[in-house]
Write a protein that binds this ligand. Structure first.
Ligand SMILES: [Zn+2]
Length: 385
């Protein structure tokens, strides 16, 4: 009887949103009804509705331009038009973004088109990375052919290789077998990158929370509700740890190949672990694209980590929006406290600036990229368009 009443109560609660449930779980439920009365709607707000204004007063700095010119190593522009590229350059100028790396170059003819419209018209402002075609994955000798195509793409002007996140997770052979991250079929590709001295910017796995159960203790609950396809349930995906272990075995197998693990290698929530990865694989680098909230919630650790591993971290943004870079500038360049992040679904928390020393800032903004991407230094030094 009692149980039945509790479960009926749960149904009502579920209907009225997650906030109530969270309150109940933390034992604060007893306080809720009285407070609900004072709410304009006469009820406890849902998790989305509850947006308290901070009363904190501390110094604020909101840089609109980066302190130094920078390279964005992680951007996406599919089949850009000349008009898009012209506008892009103007926006880049407005925030001190000197060189943008378009990771979505494709391969073959479409790559050539993207190169022509970007590098062809602004030779010093853009870098384009090639991608692999998996169309002939099931025909024997795939890896060797893919390596040959990449070589041609580099002759055509590509300056790196980007591997998208379907690799290791959704990419499968015709027999249904998942392509493992360290699949030897791909060895010729990684070895070709070493030979051509081009970096591989690689997205493996996803935030570990996407692999955990989608419950009210999951810190990406909101994002998985908004985009249910981002969840990585064990029924359809290997565990996070499996993917990461395969990735590390690939890093170890190809020590001459430089890998830039996208998004802090998804260890932004465990920087000590990322440090160990760096220590055991000198050929591994990371970008900070779309994971700023991880650094911003641990400003002391982030600062010390970036100082210690200043040669291994690169500036990147991912989804292009000229108005969102300023959060990166503010976090990297200032000690501002407790400010809102630009993408709620990544972080329901506020972030803090971790102000790295200028010499570290320059490495993250451009020096590390200049070392890794062939030809970039020349473009950089030439300056202008
Ligand atoms: Zn990306």
């Amino acid at each position: 009887m009692k149980l039945r009443r509790v479960s009926a109560c749960l149904v009502v609660l579920a209907a009225s949103g997650v906030a109530l449930f969270a309150l109940m779980e933390t034992g604060l439920f007893a306080l809720a009804p009285a407070q609900a009365q004072s709410n304009a709607n006469g009820r406890v707000p849902t998790i989305e509705e509850y947006q308290p204004n901070s009363t904190l007063v501390t110094p604020e700095h909101k840089p609109e331009r980066a302190r130094y010119p920078f390279v964005d190593i992680h951007s996406h522009h599919w089949n850009p038009t000349a008009q898009h590229v012209d506008e892009l350059v103007k926006e880049m100028d407005s925030i001190n973004l000197r060189v943008l790396v378009n990771l979505s170059g494709g391969t073959g003819e479409s790559l050539k088109k993207t190169l022509a419209v970007m590098r062809g018209r602004y030779p010093n402002r853009f870098v384009v990375f090639a991608n692999l075609s998996y169309d002939d994955l099931n025909t024997p000798g795939y890896g060797k052919r893919a390596a040959e195509r990449l070589e041609q793409d580099v002759r055509n002007g590509a300056q790196g290789l980007k591997i998208f996140k379907n690799y290791g997770m959704d990419l499968k052979y015709a027999n249904g077998e998942r392509v493992h991250v360290d699949d030897p079929e791909f060895d010729p590709v990684w070895e070709k990158c070493a030979e051509l001295k081009i970096p591989v910017l690689i997205h493996i796995a996803e935030p570990s929370a996407f692999f955990d159960s989608w419950d009210y203790h999951n810190e990406r609950w909101e994002e998985m509700r908004e985009f249910p396809q981002r969840a990585r349930p064990p029924s359809r995906y290997p565990p996070f740890e499996t993917l990461v272990a395969e990735r590390d075995s690939m890093f170890a197998k190809h020590p001459r190949t430089n890998f830039i693990a996208a998004h802090l290698a998804f260890h932004g929530n465990d920087l000590a672990r990322l440090g160990k990865l760096f220590d055991s694989h000198p050929n591994v680098y990371v970008d900070i694209a779309a994971v700023l909230a991880e650094l911003g919630r641990q400003p002391y650790s982030a600062h010390d980590f970036l100082v210690k591993y200043q040669d291994r971290v690169l500036m990147g943004k991912d989804i292009y929006d000229v108005n969102e870079y300023r959060w990166y500038f503010r976090a990297l360049e200032t000690r501002d406290e407790y400010f809102e992040y630009y993408r709620k679904r990544h972080a329901f928390w506020r972030i803090y600036g971790f102000q790295v020393p200028d010499e570290v800032l320059k490495k993250i903004y451009y020096e590390n990229a200049l070392k890794l991407v062939p030809g970039l230094e020349k473009q950089w030094r030439a300056g202008g368009n």
